[in-house]
Design a protein around this ligand. Sequence first.
Ligand code: GTP
Ligand code: MG
Length: 636
Amino acid sequence: MKYVIVGTAGHIDHGKSALVQALTGTDPDRWEEEKRRGITIDLGFAHLDLGEDLRIGFIDVPGHERFVKNMLAGVGGIDLVLLVVAADESIKPQTREHFDICRLLGISKGLVVVTKSDLVEREILDLVKMEIQEFVKGSFLEGAPVVAASARTGDGLENLKAELRRLSLEVAAKSDRLPFRLPIDRAFVMKGFGAVVTGTLIAGAIERDAEVEVFPLGRRVRVRGIQVHNQPAERATAGERTALNLAGVEARDLARGMALAPPGMFRAARQIDCSLQLLPSARTLKNRARVHFHCGTAETVGEVVLLEARDLSPGGRAYAQLRLAEPGLFLPGDRFIIRQFSPVITIGGGVVLDALAPKHRAADPETARFLENLELGDAAARLELLVQQSGEASLADLVARTGWHTEEVMRVGRELEAKKRLKILGQPPAELVHAGHFEKLARRVLKALEDFHSANPLVAGMAKEELRARAAGPSPEAEPSALLFDTILQTLASEGKVEISGETVKLSGRGVQMSPQEAAAREQISGAFENAGLAVPSAKEVLAKLSIDRARAEKILQLLLKEKTLVRVAEDLIFHRAALERLRELLARQKQQNPKLNVAVFKELTGLSRKYAIPLLEYLDRERVTRREGDERVIL
Ligand SMILES: Nc1nc2c(ncn2[C@@H]2O[C@H](COP(=O)(O)OP(=O)(O)OP(=O)(O)O)[C@@H](O)[C@H]2O)c(=O)[nH]1
Ligand SMILES: [Mg+2]
């Protein structure tokens, strides 16, 4: 069974609802107030089977200018528009406005019905048809059928059904390759079931018992039951009129304008980078103008930040950032409508290019160029632009920003990786890094090491964390992630450019560079401690005997400590490694005779005074050579 969604459009009282009722037998005007006033206020729904293989879901919209916002909540997901024009009135303001909206939303198929054909003479009917043909020239409806019909007499209805069937069979199936998304157009309580929401499923598929996230609430709820076009179902797919019974939420917490999507995948957005189109009938749009924003079933007010010029002329196009008063789930490719703040009329629309962009300032040509590339590029070009813009981006961020499944981001990412445009890091994949960014950081790392070695000839290398901070360049927030930084170091090491030992990194072949005088000092220091055995002199005494200045002497001492030739056991107690090793051997031998010893035995064994013995024993405890037990120690 193929499902197609048909939306009505047209001026108030032109017979939209009567036509839907004549076609389906269902009165789409559900409310008492609608029936009493004889006008449609909110969306109405009805179904029609045209053959065994085709079911049409009608969304009937109000024509009244005050309810265009309700119309906008219904028209977002439609496949076909039924533009209704009354034969006795022809084209009127909301005929134009609704038609503009359909064009701005990129609706690509439809037909025109001249209703109330029973009210006019043949010549008038022909005249109206001609007017309509003129009116739709150059639009998606040029050349579309213009069918005369009467809801009252039934005239023309069979012809209309035949045209509807023909066009419906031409409608391309909506892609279910994108993640599930349902903009909510109604939320209510159903007795015995609880919260129910309805909407046109605009992407993906949803199954019973699935968990979904409600945007912008951020709440997770379970799908307890599904109906597709009023029939119970296990699953709903893109393009279908869908009702979901939700567990874990009250109907009063849900409303039109919210949207459902897979949990944890997307983020509600407030700043929308877009390509904006102004209707020729609109007034010049000024930078920072306030507008009403309609996207999917959502509606809020927003401010337009124009990125190219200070204002946008009627009929013009521009890249812009919309700053919204309330957040919502909007993804690249979504079409939207803007209406003048006051008086409220439709003035334009556009397409979302990026809903997770940073704040832009007005008249920012670089951002405008970026958005142009984003708009015109294919999937690979768009993904590359997003990765390039942030240098490195987590897979999760890219999923939220593109609106694609993780697998799709990875598929396109691998294509780009094969072309050496980016690198995919992590196992499982966690990050995408632009090749240019990677190279820039690698160059910065090498430069930072070069600078470090020149400034610190007596230090073996640079601490990793310091190097990572230096790789960020002037802006600290640009510091590479640990994963990226490690990958850069590994790459440079495998290219033989750097050497990593523990937490220290140095350029290959670089490190400590000493003058002959410094090398001699180093020997002197090392020798002084080694010769002293365990009865070591203070560092101060050793350094005082050197012929080089105090600062350099101190650095050489640090170097010896760092490379562990010398070991600092206490504040002013430094030993040579060899002496400590001999001590360990001594204790190992002692253990054969008696694994226990006290301070007195230790002093006797080593010939040391208390001043050395106590810190050394504590050092041995720390090193787990000995373990203290009361006044004694056990040699381990
Ligand atoms: N004679 C005649 N009257 C019609 C026909 N279709 C609708 N009407 C009448 O026109 C009036 C308006 O019809 P609706 O179907 O409510 O018009 P609508 O376009 O749905 O109006 P809104 O939803 O408020 O925009 C009603 O009184 C209908 O009975 C028709 O084919 N012939
Ligand atoms: Mg109506």
